[in-house]
Design a protein around this ligand. Structure first.
Ligand SMILES: [Mg+2]
Length: 311
């Protein structure tokens, strides 16, 4: 069922639930009220769409996060794909599957979704809800861009830059998977940032290619190398590593949602840091050669990153 408008909702538990979510979202939910959402794309811009599923037991364990963090990070991960294209969010559709055992926490999950919608200025336009055996949050994000950045935009001679400090989420996740406290990297894992404003700044400054780090720096640069048919060289000593993380966490850890960009023009890293309060670091270059990634000065035992279907 599409989420009907709050005024038009009929009786029944499902609609009571939806009504309560819309109420909790307040101004974060916009234009919900018909069978489908209406979007206006500015003339001359391109519509971008992406969908991302976050499933209990696969992407997270229930006891790792507070319910609002589960909602927040699911939506932010989806929005990060718009950042990777330097797009501005127009809004999103939220599809929830909810087991009975989660019903009493559903409001708090929704609060996290609403918090991310507000922070990243991406209104909730509609959605869907179904009963299921595990909690899942599937977010469809819709955005617009005049000149989207693509993975295939890297060229021989470009410099490679990364936003932020890497390895925090990977280190925290490794701790959680061993049954330990998540440590200092926990906020980076539980409340990631979609670098939407940063991406548009980078595109305006001359970046021609971008990807967000969801699977790991080396793995995601591998996608750039393949899509652009270029070779990428990264200097291990240049990688900005999160204080309590290792170089391996920084090279291979996923769930970063930092951006990697390539640019033919030098980017003003100090101006970026002043504007956004996070570093922008030159970590390597694009050179001629096979479409792969080399990390100079580090042994990368397994640079494959997160593979959704590996066992
Ligand atoms: Mg991505």
């Amino acid at each position: 069922v599409s989420v009907p408008g709050d005024a038009a909702l009929g009786p029944g538990r499902e609609f009571d639930l939806i009504r309560s979510l819309i109420q909790r979202w307040g101004a974060a939910a916009v234009g919900i009220g018909d069978d489908a959402a209406l979007l206006r794309v500015p003339r001359g811009e391109t519509l971008l769409a992406s969908v991302d599923a976050n499933v209990e037991g696969i992407h997270f364990q229930r006891d790792w996060f507070a319910p609002d963090e589960i909602g927040y990070r699911a939506v932010t991960a989806a929005l990060s794909d718009l950042a990777a294209m330097a797009a501005r969010p127009l809004g999103m559709l939220i599809s929830l599957t909810v087991p009975e055992s989660w019903m009493h926490e559903l409001g708090r999950v929704a609060d996290g979704i609403g918090e991310a919608a507000t922070r990243f200025q991406s209104p909730i336009l509609g959605g869907n809800m179904a009963a299921a055996v595990e909690l899942s949050i599937t977010t469809t994000v819709l955005g617009a861009a005049f000149a989207p950045l693509m993975r295939g935009g890297a060229r021989d001679g470009d410099a490679v830059y990364v936003t932020g400090l890497l390895g925090g989420p990977g280190a925290a996740l490794a701790h959680l998977q061993r049954g330990e406290e998540a440590g200092d990297g926990r906020p980076r894992l539980a409340k990631p940032v979609a670098r939407l404003s940063e991406a548009r700044w980078l595109a305006d400054a001359g970046a021609m290619c971008a990807i967000d780090i969801s699977d790991g720096l080396v793995a995601d640069l591998g996608h750039v190398a393949a899509a652009s048919n270029v070779h990428v060289e990264v200097e291990a000593s240049a990688i900005p590593v999160f204080p309590s993380a290792s170089l391996a966490d920084a090279l291979q850890g996923g769930d970063e949602y930092e951006l990697v960009v390539t640019s033919p023009a030098a980017l003003d890293t100090e101006a970026f840091a002043r504007r956004f309060g996070v570093p922008l670091t030159k970590i390597g270059r694009v050179v001629g050669g096979p479409p792969t990634v080399d990390v100079r000065g580090a042994r990368v035992a397994d640079a494959k990153g997160y593979d959704h279907f590996s066992r």
